[in-house]
Design a protein around this ligand. Sequence first.
Ligand code: FMN
Length: 206
Amino acid sequence: MKSNPEVLIIFYTRRGNTAKMAEAIAEGAKESGANVKFLRIADDIPMEIVQKDENWLQIHNDLEKKYPTSDEFSIIKEMPNADAIVFGSPTRFGNMAHEMKKLWDLSTELWFTGKLIGKVGGVFTGASSVHGGQEVTALSMMMPMLHQGMVIVGPSYDTKELHESGSPYGPSTIVGPNSDQIKEVDLVVARAFGSKIAKVASKLAD
Ligand SMILES: Cc1cc2nc3c(=O)[nH]c(=O)nc-3n(C[C@H](O)[C@H](O)[C@H](O)COP(=O)(O)O)c2cc1C
């Protein structure tokens, strides 16, 4: 039992919505006693493309200021220090973004050394359409976690808002490309999930 478990939230975002969900998960985790740290994976997109769109450039610069990015190997180095790790990625063609997949594809050292075995983990996502593949994304994000020996935790139906938002596989939100307002039910599920992650991590931490 560890009353203040270390929760690491690793996320990738292009338009900032995944960051907003990460904040809600962090809020819930902190309310349940966790120390929370964010690590953001950089967008693998040429700046010439971003610069052509004023709105996108503004979002890009705001994200850089608020959540400076870390390279994959620094993130991988931090992972064994956490008691729980939550991964967030937007849905991309019914799957996690390649930036998140790349992180896992560079993590063989963690697998060889078994450093994530028994660590609590969870996932969250977002998509722009109601049946845009968010559940498939959440489930496929779990595969590398299971290979690494993590203990996966999802939201549960004692959060009644789970009937309206997200899934038992992970919180999610439905947002368009222009950073629409995230619904309060999405944030409620995300906060409750963060709290559950912290509580389980607190019980399982060494
Ligand atoms: C290349 C690409 C693929 C996408 N594929 C899907 C998809 O399969 N289903 C869907 O509903 N939305 C899809 N989207 C929309 C994003 O999931 C949505 O805008 C995202 O959740 C926003 O997250 P962010 O603000 O954190 O970047 C896609 C967006 C991009 C850029």
